[in-house]
Design a protein around this ligand. Structure first.
Ligand code: ZN
Length: 569
């Protein structure tokens, strides 16, 4: 085993250095270690197709990140969500490189950004620079890898875009080498038999697995209109991560029916991602089954043929050879083969037809249900397609079952606020939600953002759950982490304070020392606020710190303390 590891390490080193040489004329690896992926381009995420690659950073933060090519710094964004701290460099070949979730920027960029933050008195900023304003050299240090924003573990999100159209490109097409000799793994294949236009029955196909080829045990005997779905992933060498598959092609009797691969994307594709998965399986069973058909013409930019919806009709006594080829970027293939034979239509569903019809909510019709304490509005285009939606009202709670079809605009809830509330009760009133889970013993209440008028709170919802009127009367908590009141903090470089809000969450905060605004960086995952003493030279030893924190409904906590620090000249 040790020998093997040593050999593998040697191979990796050789490839790393030779690849660096190979591309010394081209783009540089943004990190100083061989590229291992924890995410591939195009892979399915909750609300989007992954627009870059996730480069592993040895499980830690702080790896040097370098510019892949000469270019102009055109944009820097600092956010507690999304890309966190991110840098955008426009190169002279028409591409832009993006580096996201950074821990911090290089001192050159950090200085520029801090100046803007102090000027605007804001931590979260976005700054666009003019072309040529700040030039960066290839391999110049631009920042350090991190875990900021919507990242759930240390890594570098790296993106290449077509600068003109802001179109994300698959970085692997542009010279980045990833060792991958492992074909995609297919977990399950499903056949969706359509009973009516938007109603189907899901059939799991038993597959025999032989290396990278999969086949159904027997000829599948069915009839009617069908689509196919799959679950599976792709792994690269030396990494355990289950990443997305690059290419898939469905052919029936040799004819290409539905295929797409991820060479590039457009951002609007992500808005419709739920149309390319079995939404019910994802939402209810938490299994992501990707569809090789579409019931709504979603016009994804990456679909090979947007005119073919991937659905096919099985005719009695005909044979259908189904072949699905899955391929990773390094051309490792897995192939699924099935044979379907058409049989007589059994017509078993005809009787239940009217039952099914009755419960459907149609996207071209607006519905409204009025209850004692609330209105439930199902607007036009609440869902992409006719949807079976179940809900029940009980005393003060509306329970909406988990959606089985992808929401487009979602539902609107309108809660009547009780009359004669005093101003504090009125401010603290909000909508709470309990998720519907199989064994939800904890019954944790989530805050639902709502817009308040005199007598109503309005909320939009994209998911089922139990919704009710509640209140948040607890202000955020504030706790110093690495200092105490009235203490000397000469050796402290960074001041850390933990802030937390149990229900509605933190909306804003503001800190100053001796009356002057200070930059406190906020990391919601660790619930920490940071201040770097190097930012400001104070001319008194006593530092009067004042921190104001407000939650989403306006409950406020204020923390005041004095600490002492030698005056640095
Ligand atoms: Zn990413």
């Amino acid at each position: 085993m040790i020998e093997y590891m040593r050999l593998l390490f040697k191979i990796l080193l050789i490839i790393f250095f030779s690849s660096n040489n190979l591309f010394s004329q081209g783009r540089l690896n943004p990190v100083e270690i061989p590229i291992l992926l924890s995410g591939t381009f195009g892979e399915f995420r909750k609300t989007h197709f992954h627009s870059g690659i996730d480069i592993k950073t040895l499980g830690k933060e702080g790896l040097r990140v370098r510019a892949i090519e000469d270019g102009d710094l055109i944009r820097v964004k600092v956010s507690t969500s999304g890309y966190g701290k991110a840098i955008y460099i426009r190169h002279y070949d028409g591409t832009t490189s993006v580096y996201a979730h950074l821990k911090k920027f290089s001192s050159k960029i950090q200085q520029i950004i801090k100046e803007i933050q102090y000027e605007k008195e804001k931590f979260e900023i976005e700054k666009f620079f003019k072309e040529g304003e700040i030039k960066l050299k290839k391999s110049e240090l631009i920042g350090f890898s991190g875990n900021t924003g919507g990242s759930s573990g240390p890594h570098l999100h790296f993106e290449l875009r077509d600068s003109k159209r802001e179109k994300p490109l698959n970085p692997l097409k542009y010279g980045y080498l990833v060792i991958d000799t492992i074909p995609p793994k297919i977990q399950n294949i499903f056949i969706y038999k359509f009973l009516k236009e938007h109603i189907y029955e899901k059939i799991k196909i038993e597959l025999r697995e032989n290396g990278n080829s999969y086949s159904s045990n027997d000829t599948i005997k069915i009839n009617g209109i069908f689509g196919i779905g799959y679950s599976g992933y792709d792994k690269q060498n030396s990494s355990h991560n289950k990443n997305g598959i690059y290419n898939r092609e469905l052919t029936i009797n040799g004819e290409n029916v539905f295929s797409y691969k991820f060479d590039d994307l457009i951002f609007p594709d992500g808005k419709k991602i739920d149309l390319l998965i079995d939404y019910e399986a994802y939402n209810v069973e938490k299994v992501r089954i990707k569809k090789l058909y579409q019931t709504i013409n979603s016009k994804f930019s990456f679909l090979e043929n947007n005119d073919s919806n991937g659905l096919f009709e099985i005719i009695k006594d005909s044979l259908y050879n189904i072949k699905i080829v899955f391929e990773d970027y390094n051309k490792n293939k897995s192939i699924v083969k099935m044979v379907i034979k058409g049989i007589e239509n059994e017509n078993i569903f005809n009787n239940s037809e009217t039952d099914i019809e009755e419960k459907l909510y149609h996207p071209d019709i607006e519905y409204e249900k009025k209850y004692k304490m609330l209105n439930l509005k199902i607007p036009q285009d609440a869902f992409y397609e006719p949807t079976n939606l179940n809900f029940e009202y009980n005393s003060d709670t509306i329970k909406i079952d988990k959606f089985t079809k992808a929401p487009k605009k979602g539902l609107n809830l309108e809660f009547y606020l009780p009359k004669n509330l005093d101003s504090i009760d009125l401010r603290q009133s909000c909508i709470g939600k309990i998720s519907i889970k199989a064994n939800n013993k904890k019954n944790k209440i989530q805050y639902v953002f709502g817009v308040k008028s005199d007598s109503l709170i309005n909320a939009k919802t994209m998911s089922g759950g139990k919704y009710f009127l509640t209140k948040d009367s607890v202000p955020p908590s504030i706790k110093p982490i690495n200092f105490k009141n009235e203490n000397w903090v000469n050796n402290l470089k960074i001041l850390k304070i933990r802030v937390d809000d149990k229900f509605s969450g933190i909306k804003k905060y503001r800190a100053n020392i001796n009356g002057k605004w200070i930059l406190m960086e906020y990391e919601p995952k660790s619930k920490l606020l940071f201040f770097e003493f190097d930012d400001i030279k104070f001319n008194t030893a006593e530092l009067k710190l004042n921190l104001y924190v407000e939650d989403m409904v306006g409950n406020v906590n204020e923390f005041k303390t004095s600490i002492y620090r030698k005056i640095f000249k």
